[in-house]
Design a protein around this ligand. Sequence first.
Ligand code: SAM
Length: 294
Amino acid sequence: MRLYAIILRKLYGEGRGAVPGTLYLVPTPIGNLGDISRRMAETLAQVDFIAAEDTRVTVKLLNHLGVKKPMVAYHRHNAGTAGPAVLERLLAGACCALVTDAGTPAISDPGEELVALCAGAGVPVCAVPGPCALVTALSVSAQPTGRFTFEGFLPMNRKNRAARLEALRGEERTMVFYEAPHKLAATLRTLAEVFGPERPVSLCRELTKLHEEVRRTTLGEAADWYGANEPRGEFVLVVRGAPPRAEEAACLEDGLALVDSLRGEGLSLRDAVRRAAGELGLPRNQLYDAAVGK
Ligand code: SAM
């Protein structure tokens, strides 16, 4: 029994305690407090201090957990001074949890610079897995998930925004964007212009919250709808990639035909894809996705 408990602790880290001199990246719920994991709560309780994007937001979470902990502010406007101050304390042996207002630190949120600073100084950085709007949206989008590109927020500056979108014009992977509600309608219009109004999009709204909704439609329809109806809540846009270029499509067609004929000989889908991809020199994942009808 004791051995079993030790193995469980090794596997799940229960009660292991925070390791001195370590930066912990602790995600927080994106809307549903039920998504707080035991490890998140334990880590927040065990560290010496918390670096928070907004201490007023984090204190509410700590109150909910019954945790009292010293906090320092770490956000995009003070990262230049707060980052080195956090690093100094880590180097002196303290352990710190980095949290943002919601979701995973460093994902379109403060943290990227602190992680790089700590990693560069040889400080261990430990990521606690947890809520992230990107992964939640992608998984529920019903768009192809095998290959995707996370674009976060588009640049605000018109010129940079146009350049970014131009670079994405031929992108074949699924694209994931974050967007604020007051900019949603304009962004959908621009996306429809660049990618075409028929391009499929999944609008993932208020994920994990009471009014959670996934609208699977086209960019043109979405732009029209939100042009006329004010968007409410938080959104992630999951946009289907461009169709493969003609010669790739032709090769895929050959691959699919070979998969069909191998399946006719009794091979499983997986084996048929493996054999056909090998014979024709096609990417196995792409052929598999095409064969299952994505
Ligand atoms: N670090 C966070 C994460 O891990 O998802 C993202 C923070 S970013 C500043 C905030 C954006 O994430 C929002 O504008 C929205 O695009 C997306 N987002 C956050 N929570 C969401 C939710 N519950 N439903 C839909 N989108 C959400």
